[in-house]
Design a protein around this ligand. Structure first.
Ligand SMILES: O=C(O)CCC(=O)C(=O)O
Length: 283
């Protein structure tokens, strides 16, 4: 999960996805699943939206990744230096819903928001939503190593946030499904580094995290995982013969300034400097 950074949207093509298919499909978590989320820091459901909506989302998703340019700065590969030439291994599109606000009117987001409210026990207006999409190409999709989403964020603020991750394709261990460390959300934000120890690479890694005790959640398209912003999670490389597309929706309250006692996160500062120097912003 990533804090929204400056991205500007330009509608420089005429692709029009229209409105999402209408559906009254509604899902909430059982008491057991809510309890599991609070105990383990994650839970999952087999379905958050309809097959029809997944089919509506796919051309939007593919268009965003095919064109790369609809968002100035909002497209980059998580596993290598910003805007470096080469084949994309873990490309990401930030805030696709600023380009097509109807993405927020989907069954997936309606159900995800209702479940976020259930898990955070907060009124609807208190919870903000944003989203990003991460693609793992068939056979060559790279890994996203162990990290906590909060490690991406300014340590001077207190957060209440969770991520809802929805695959558009079958997500298995082979294709890069979500893996979680149960209970890790109750601890501190661990020391993180940028991948390759290079602040020009957006992805972070918590070097002290190991795979011991991890839980992999395999899902069919249209299923969903939910995780707390401190839960350690990773996704392995996609070694399958099919693409792994996923849409992550994030729900959070407005961050609140803390008392300054949270340990510094120098990697966040280094990352902001590298982000501001990107050629897409300076040229
Ligand atoms: O899509 C992925 O591979 C990773 C997603 C992730 O880390 C997240 O949604 O927080």
């Amino acid at each position: 999960m990533f804090q929204i950074l400056s991205v500007s949207v330009s509608a420089d093509d005429d692709f029009d996805p229209g409105l999402p298919p209408e559906s009254d499909f509604t899902v909430l978590l059982t008491d057991e699943q809510v309890e599991g989320f609070h105990r383990d820091g994650f839970t999952s459901i087999p379905r958050i939206t309809t097959d029809e909506e997944i089919e509506w989302l796919k051309p939007i998703y593919d268009h965003l990744f095919d064109t790369k340019g609809s968002f100035k700065g909002g497209y980059f590969d998580l596993a290598r230096k910003y805007d470096e030439e080469g084949e994309d291994l873990v490309p990401q599109v930030l805030a696709p819903d600023t380009r097509w606000p109807q993405l927020r009117e989907t069954t997936a987001v309606r159900n995800a928001r209702a479940i976020a409210q259930q898990l955070m026990d907060l009124p609807r207006d208190a919870i903000k939503q944003w989203s990003h999409m991460i693609l793992k190409p068939a056979r060559i999709g790279g890994e996203l190593p162990w990290h906590q989403d909060e490690a991406y964020w300014d340590p001077d603020f207190r957060y209440r946030a969770l991520g809802v991750w929805v695959p558009l394709d079958v997500a298995t261990v082979e294709s890069g499904c979500m893996h979680f460390k149960p209970g890790s959300h109750t601890g501190a934000v661990l020391e993180h580094k940028h991948v390759n120890d290079d602040p020009e690479v957006h992805g972070l890694v918590a070097p002290s995290a190991t795979n011991d005790g991890e839980v992999a959640i395999e899902l069919q398209p249209g299923g969903a995982t939910f995780h707390h912003c401190r839960t350690l999670h990773r996704t392995p490389p996609n070694v399958s013969d099919h693409v792994r597309r996923a849409w992550a929706n994030e729900f959070q309250i407005e961050p609140v300034k803390n008392d300054g006692s949270e340990p510094d996160r120098p990697w966040v500062r280094d990352g902001h400097v590298a982000w501001a120097k990107r050629s897409v912003f300076t040229n």
